[in-house]
Design a protein around this ligand. Structure first.
Ligand code: ADP
Length: 232
């Protein structure tokens, strides 16, 4: 087991504004699995992803990744965990505005001891001809592909993706999913995809359905669909 969630609770706000956003979540993800997290808006998917990504503090319970209990780490150690273990594709890209496409992707590669080749990624992501542009000269889809390139360039053990195909047209979306699938199958990367698009469920090894701050159910696909055969 690579990732374990044990009675994870998260609250936002104080006093009378305090709301419970995760109500004791339990589950596990194996190494190299693709896990799709589905559920309506506000059900706690992004919050759970952010806890796994070490960018939100766990209030109660444990998130254990590769044997490391995140709740026990200091801020510095949590930073090292993010640097050494994770690739994170944010819903709103978070690109560095004064760096070009290529330079943004290179920031991912610099952080890694085992980076992927940036030129190959630019090619795979269809960004070669845009590689010297700045984020404000790009469409939403191009920014998203750059953000994905930056996360992949680290060749991370764990890849966390918040709505990675949200801003993409159908064909580009499929290309991205296909890259994520090959990262899991060929590099053994564990991939977690948060989405509200239930059409993505068949590509996952494991589908976690969230509702009202809890895991409603977990389903397994014994034979996840290849992206080429996916219609959505
Ligand atoms: P999802 O990703 O499923 O749409 P989120 O995890 O983003 O859900 O949000 C779960 C709940 O937590 C929502 O009700 C949202 O309004 C609330 N929430 C998320 N982030 C914060 C925050 N920083 N402060 C207060 N409430 C938040």
């Amino acid at each position: 087991m690579y990732l374990q969630l044990e009675n994870v609770e998260k609250y936002y706000g104080e006093n009378e504004n305090r709301v419970q956003v995760l109500k004791g979540v339990n589950g596990s993800i194996e190494r190299g699995e693709i896990c799709v997290m589905l559920g309506p808006s506000g059900s706690g998917k992004s919050t759970l992803l952010n806890l796994i990504g070490g960018i939100e503090i766990i209030d109660y319970g444990n998130v254990i990744v590769g044997g490391i209990d995140l709740a026990s780490l200091s801020k510095t150690k949590l930073g090292l965990y993010r640097r050494d273990t994770l690739g994170f594709v944010f819903q709103f890209y978070h690109l560095v505005p004064n760096l070009t496409v290529k330079e943004n992707i290179e920031t991912g590669a610099y952080l890694s001891k085992t980076p992927l080749a940036v030129e190959t990624l630019l090619d795979k992501l269809g960004l070669k001809e845009h590689c010297n542009r700045y984020p404000n000269q790009l469409s939403g889809g191009q920014q998203q592909r750059t953000a994905i390139g930056r996360a992949l360039a680290k060749n991370p053990k764990l890849l966390l993706c918040d709505e990675p195909t949200g801003a993409l047209d159908y064909q580009t979306g499929k290309q991205i999913l296909s890259i994520l699938q090959s990262m899991s199958r060929e590099n053994g990367t564990t991939v977690i995809i948060v989405t509200h698009n239930s059409a993505l469920a068949p590509i996952a090894d494991k589908v976690i359905y969230m509702r009202d701050a809890s895991i409603e159910r977990i389903e397994f696909n014994v034979h996840p669909k290849d992206i080429e055969n996916l219609e959505y």
